[in-house]
Design a protein around this ligand. Structure first.
Ligand code: TYM
Length: 425
């Protein structure tokens, strides 16, 4: 038996022992001081650089791995699919354990995809589409089950929203997500408020995670303070739990050894660093991750597109006219101050928001290279570049709006009903 004092010292040491997955982040890993300026967590993304976040430094700080050519070559060899342009262009730039997932795929062993959305606005914005477009592509390539968590509980806790409102926003957002084209036979979408109440297996996993993580640890990872409500402090266990296959008995039965691959922007990584620390202690596989960069705000790459600032965002409900006006009025230009200066010095694609958006949504590599050349040389003006972008965005948003009209309440219910999915175990 330990004395009371020894016991409490032991407990403190345990609290301070940040897990392996979090060490790089906590210690800074030898990164120079500039990196301190970039703020990246699930609630804030900001940098003072007009070129945006320094993602290489972020990889060092977070302790993840850069997606390199070797991984892309292996991906193509094993799946027979040319990597998505998000991968080819470094939009998905960082990963954890994706080689292990490819090895499983090669050996015909199962895995599943897990992603999510925190419903804080009636409509999602085009930045939110990035992980969902990519997840849909991964589902098509790998032909695996997908679970999508709607963290209505998270938004209730963090925002000035009634519980019922947050849940309703979740259902609205689920329609946007379905409109991205997911296969109903392979996809389960769930609202935390609903699912947790009906699934003891999920709740048990939440409890197991909660028991493994101390207050000191979540403070270290998420920056919670003494005046944060206890709901926030325990929430990370809720976002961790879908990483474990036995949280979904209707899909995976009692199997607890099926790993998942999580596509998300890198702001969500703190949740999964915590999850990866805890998983082996619970006898579960660690989730693998694919991290994307941020789709920038209209005003510039210093921050991400965010639903809480309507002028920074193009929403999936915007009309063609609104899209045109927002791009023309707000999209930060890397062009010269006058036509003469622009013709002489050329535009700066590294800070130009229209160009940055085109790297996300213009799939044709040759056309993108041509636009870069034309704009950088000054032959193409900002207005002309913006026009290219406006046409692409108007078409993409209109297509999603058309597909969304076909999402009936019955279809929504089908996606959101726990059930067997169509795949081989
Ligand atoms: P949320 O609703 O903030 O964002 C949903 C997804 O979109 C990504 N994202 C972006 N990607 C690129 N550019 C942007 N400007 C941008 N803004 C948001 C987010 O990284 C996320 O992938 N807590 C989560 C919900 C969640 C979740 C998950 C997300 C629950 N489980 C598992 C990813 C994976 C949230 O509030 O996401």
């Amino acid at each position: 038996m330990m004395s009371g004092e020894a016991e409490s010292i032991e407990a403190k040491m345990e609290d301070l022992k940040v897990g392996e997955e979090n060490q790089a982040c906590e210690q800074g890993d030898g990164v120079d001081d500039d990196s301190k300026e970039d703020i990246v967590d699930p609630w804030n993304v900001a940098t003072s650089s007009s070129k945006g976040i320094d993602y290489d430094k972020l990889i060092l700080r977070f302790g993840s791995t850069k997606i390199d050519d070797a991984l892309l070559e292996r991906f193509e060899k094993i799946t027979g699919h040319k990597p998505h342009h998000f991968l080819r262009r470094g939009i998905f730039f960082s990963q954890r354990d994706v080689h292990q997932i490819l090895t499983r795929y090669e050996a015909k062993k199962p895995f599943f995809l897990y992603t999510g959305r925190g419903p804080s606005s009636t409509s999602m914005h085009v930045g939110h589409l990035i992980p969902f477009i990519f997840t849909k592509w991964l589902q098509d390539v790998f032909d695996v089950p997908l679970v999508i968590q709607l963290t209505d509980d998270e938004k209730f806790l963090w925002k000035d929203l009634k519980a019922e409102e947050a849940q309703k926003l979740g259902y609205e957002n689920a329609k946007d997500i379905i409109a991205c084209g997911f296969d109903v036979n392979k996809t389960f979408i769930f609202s935390d408020m609903n699912y947790i109440a009906s699934c003891p297996e999920f709740y048990r996993n939440m409890l197991k995670v909660q028991k493994c993580v101390t207050y000191n640890q979540v403070k270290g990872i998420f920056g919670f303070g003494d005046s944060d409500c206890i709901g926030k402090i325990s929430f990370p266990a809720i976002q961790a739990s879908p990483s474990f296959s036995n949280s979904f008995p209707a899909i995976f039965g009692t199997k607890k050894d099926i790993p998942c691959l999580i596509p998300c922007a890198i702001d969500q990584d703190p949740y999964f660093r915590m999850t990866r620390d805890v998983a082996p202690r619970l006898g579960y596989p660690k989730p693998a991750l694919l991290h994307s960069t941020f789709f920038p705000a209209l005003q510039g790459a210093q921050t991400k597109m965010s639903a809480s600032d309507p002028n920074s965002s193009i929403f999936l409900t915007d009309t063609p006219k609104q899209i045109k006006t927002k791009i023309n009025k707000y999209a930060f230009s890397g062009g010269g101050a006058s036509v003469e200066e622009h013709r002489e010095k050329g535009g700066n694609c590294d800070v130009d928001i229209a160009y940055q958006y085109l790297t996300f949504f213009l799939e044709d590599d040759d056309r993108l290279a041509e636009l870069r050349e034309e704009y950088s040389s000054g032959r193409m003006l900002t207005g002309e570049l913006k026009k290219e972008l406006i046409t692409i965005l108007q078409k993409m948003v209109a297509e999603i709006q058309e597909r969304r009209k076909t999402v009936t309440e019955d279809l929504l219910k089908e996606f959101m009903t726990p059930r067997k999915l169509n795949f081989k175990l």
